[in-house]
Design a protein around this ligand. Structure first.
Ligand code: SF4
Ligand code: SF4
Length: 73
């Protein structure tokens, strides 16, 4: 199983929302952090693992991971 996780906690998300716009099933949402910056989050349980968000992210902050291993796209 491949999961997609935005590493928004790292602060690398520029808030462009390209991932939300390209997601075919609408499971990416943009949320404000405590400083008011927008960051992406993925409802992983509803993700269909198409990896479009991974490919479109200009900051390369979305990562795919298999099982417990993390690997950048
Ligand atoms: S992998 Fe596909 S379905 Fe999952 S969050 Fe990214 S764009 Fe949406
Ligand atoms: S495409 Fe990347 S940089 Fe843009 S909002 Fe999504 S995770 Fe953040």
């Amino acid at each position: 199983m491949i999961n997609v996780t935005p590493v928004a906690a790292a602060g690398a998300c520029c808030g462009c929302a390209a991932c939300r716009e390209i997601c075919p099933v609408g499971v990416v949402s943009m949320n404000q952090d405590r400083y008011g910056y927008l960051t992406a989050s993925v409802a992983e349980e509803r993700c269909i693992h198409c990896l479009r968000c991974v490919k479109v992210c200009p900051m390369k902050m979305l990562v795919e991971h298999k099982d417990q291993e993390m690997a950048t796209s």
